[in-house]
Design a protein around this ligand. Structure first.
Ligand code: BG6
Length: 477
């Protein structure tokens, strides 16, 4: 379904995110027929260049990052939607020109794909030049602050110029197909809900493992670390979707209210419930310390933690989270392990194993549920565990590469004015309020993170986090 006509301004249009995600994503939505020929996409950045040069750049980015979607005629039509304004975010140059590019009465969105330090300058200039109005939307990227105080300051600053309904805080994990599917699975089936609580769920694991290191982003990363970069936002969002109560309606505030309650119910982390790691050099590249060019760095490139939620549904069910760079495989998954049946009628050797629901976010989006069945054949009653498999690509006849990328989906939601998959200000603050003490306690007396081999599953200590509870991580593969 095509979205309404729009003017989209991309601040930071010559930057990495625009090249890798925003422009290729818009192009793919255009090819899919979702963006009309009349839409306008206006690049704005400091680089002094004209429309033709920007189109050239966009075309190269699309060829590089959306090669399978390239069709010369479509690309030529898409490039016609683009124009460029040289702008000084901290000065006066370019703002009149930008204003003249905007069409009155047309949905207007402004993507702040710039360093957060510039958010305030841009917001102020948009407002004081009369470029934005009550219905304009702004899109802001993470990192949304680096602690509670800075996130609050950022929210307060944005609130001077925009009301909450105009602010789209992106967490691209919420745009991933399977992440949304999680809500469909939980709330459109009766099967899971009765079991979805501490009485029947033994524990939950959330893993976001990456094979890449931090090379190239060392400066940013070394000041963040895995907790700020991944846990406070992406992993917290996944946790919320798994743990939240059913919202009364699939409506932005109803969903976000329920997510907020989960974050607020998190117990403070216990000191022994966290393991930090740092990758060593491997055959594929340098170690963390060389990647960030800081031999003394105590920033974690891996973190595993055990957290608990103090509410009726989840008291007694631990949630284990881990994320890291340079691990064995790129995989993001959520594993819900149910309890074992209370009594086994079979011989001890045939004791049933716990059912597991594995929700695979990437790659190969899908889900499988392990169930016990009788091993086929004449060998008597022998039990085996088999997966009930559902790969979304197979089930829906869609190639993985045809699924809209998270950014594509989220940008279209901005145009539609749907905030369901965006973080509300209070959610972001609550997430920082929980992570702040973890970070500040440690920063007050940082020890060396546990070293781990590149290409491994992370430090040994992370395995122990579960072993001591008589549980095991699902293998990263
Ligand atoms: C980003 C983090 O938000 O998410 C990166 O800053 C990380 O460090 C990335 O690599 C992971 O996203 P995805 O979609 O590749 O899992």
């Amino acid at each position: 379904i095509p979205v309404e006509d729009f003017d989209l301004v991309i601040f930071g249009a010559t930057g990495d995110l625009a090249r890798r995600k925003i422009l290729p994503g818009l192009y793919r939505r255009f090819v899919a027929g979702q963006i009309q020929d009349s839409a306008r996409i206006i690049g704005a950045a400091r680089t002094d260049q004209n429309d033709a040069a920007f189109r050239e750049e966009a075309s190269a980015a699309i060829r590089e990052f959306a090669p399978s979607a390239v069709d010369e005629a479509a690309l030529a039509s898409f490039l016609k939607l683009l124009s460029y304004v040289t702008i000084d975010a901290r000065g006066t140059a370019g703002w009149d020109r930008l204003k003249s590019e905007m069409r009155p009465g047309v949905t207007a969105a402004f993507y702040f794909s710039v360093a957060p330090a510039l958010f305030g300058d841009i917001a102020e200039r948009l407002a004081s030049n009369g470029i934005t109005h009550d219905d304009s939307r702004i899109v802001v990227e993470k990192p949304f602050g680096r602690d509670l105080a800075s996130a609050k300051a950022l929210n307060k600053m944005l609130a001077r110029y925009f009301h909450e309904g105009q602010i789209y805080r992106i967490d691209h994990y919420l745009g991933k197909e399977t992440v949304q599917n999680l809500m469909a699975v939980r709330f459109a089936n009766i099967l899971f809900e009765p079991l979805w609580n501490a009485q029947y769920v033994d524990h939950v694991q959330i893993t976001v493992a990456e094979t890449v290191g931090v090379g190239g982003r060392g400066e940013y990363y070394d000041h963040s670390g895995a907790i700020r970069d991944m846990v406070q936002n992406h992993m917290m969002q996944l946790l919320c979707l798994i743990a939240m109560e059913p919202p009364y309606h699939f409506d932005p505030d109803a969903v976000r209210d329920e997510k907020l309650k989960v974050i607020r119910a998190l117990d403070p982390l216990k000191p022994g419930d966290i393991v930090r790691g740092q990758y060593l050099a491997g055959p594929d590249g340098p170690g963390y310390l060389d990647d960030v060019e800081n031999a003394e760095s105590r920033t974690e490139s891996f973190v595993a933690l055990k957290l608990t939620i103090a509410n009726w549904r989840w008291t007694g069910t631990p949630f284990y989270l881990r994320t890291g760079k340079r691990l064995r495989a790129r995989t993001s998954e959520i594993v819900v392990t149910f309890k074992e049946p209370p009594h086994s009628i079979f011989d001890e050797a045939e004791a049933p194993k716990a059912n597991q629901l594995v929700i695979k976010l990437q790659p190969n989006e899908g889900m499988h549920l392990t169930v016990m069945i009788k091993e086929p054949g004449p060998g008597g009653m022998r039990l085996v565990q088999v997966p009930l498999d559902m790969s979304f690509a197979d089930a829906l006849g869609q190639e993985g590469s045809d699924m809209p990328d998270a950014y594509e989906r989220l940008i279209m939601d901005v145009i539609r004015g749907n905030q369901t998959l965006f973080m509300r200000g209070d959610e972001v603050e609550a997430a920082w309020a929980w992570t702040d003490p973890i970070i500040s306690d440690w920063e007050a007396a940082p020890t060396r993170p546990e070293p781990y081999d590149a290409g491994s599953s992370g430090p040994e200590e992370a395995l122990r986090l579960l072993h001591r509870d008589d549980r095991r991580w699902r293998e990263i593969r």
